[in-house]
Design a protein around this ligand. Structure first.
Ligand SMILES: [Zn+2]
Length: 256
């Protein structure tokens, strides 16, 4: 298998393309390699707790990591990230592109894999995140990824392993059309129903590490701040997206 080489968005991740016939698939593999340094955030010497703080300046009581909980956190971070992002997309090369024709002359598709390497030191191609172990299972701080490898570290807590349940309407874009000379509307949420869905926070943050913005980042409604509510989506398909407030993937999430 060829080596990973740095690609795309500076040093956010490395990538490699290969064909591995031992895997029982003839499709090409595009694998992204994300390097992450998860750093324990512990109480200062002589203390058994401290206040962990997020970017909104909210605080929560945090305690010393135990070896078992720490291993569990790292394992679960990877498991959730893989569940969301690994082998999630199959790319179909356009007809005019012949880069994925194999030695037998057959046109192949490209399956997209994610590999996460947890490392123990910083480097220009490593995402660094401080992780606090919260004392109270009900406390919540805003999770955030680093602002780029070698830049401001991100911040997670032990409670980010638990999925968050969100509720709201499932709004559809308003459309108008003429039917028999009369203007008809569709969209909105005529049912008035409230829906509930879940989001796994850490895979959303991994999306940021891969270079993705919030699902509605391009909208003028999101101009105020990258974390203002409209950025997470207005329409149903946006609010359930992994880069909005849910777990779902769509085509724009394949960009990396
Ligand atoms: Zn986000």
């Amino acid at each position: 298998m060829p080596n990973y080489t740095p690609r795309f968005y500076g040093n956010n991740f490395d990538s490699v393309i290969y064909q591995d016939l031992t895997m029982g698939t003839h499709e090409y593999i595009l694998a992204l390699l994300l390097r992450v340094w998860l750093r324990q955030e512990n109480p200062p010497p002589g203390r058994d707790k401290f206040y962990a703080m997020d970017t909104d300046k909210n605080t929560a009581t945090a305690v010393q990591w135990g070896a078992d909980e720490w291993e569990q956190f790292k394992k679960e971070f990877k498991r959730q990230a893989y569940a969301a992002w690994n082998d999630a997309f199959v790319l179909i090369p356009p007809a005019k592109f012949d880069g994925f024709v194999d030695p037998e002359g057959v046109r192949r598709r490209v399956r997209c894999f994610l590999e996460i390497q947890l490392v123990d030191s910083g480097a220009p191609n490593v995402h660094t995140v401080d992780v606090a172990r919260l004392a109270n299972p009900g406390d919540w701080l805003r999770a955030n990824a680093d602002s780029g490898p070698g830049d401001i570290p991100g911040h997670f807590t032990s409670n980010d392993l638990k999925p968050v349940t969100r509720t709201g309407p499932y709004m559809q874009p308003i459309k108008t059309r003429m039917v028999n000379g009369k203007l008809r509307y569709s969209g909105g949420d005529p049912s008035g129903r409230t829906y509930a869905w879940q989001q796994h926070v850490l895979p959303h943050e991994v999306g940021h590490m891969l270079g993705l913005n919030h699902v509605n980042q391009a909208s003028p409604a999101c101009d105020r701040s990258a974390n203002s509510p409209p950025c997470y989506g207005v329409w149903g398909s946006q609010v359930v997206n992994i880069m909005g407030g849910g777990d779902a993937l769509d085509l724009q999430n394949a960009e990396p």
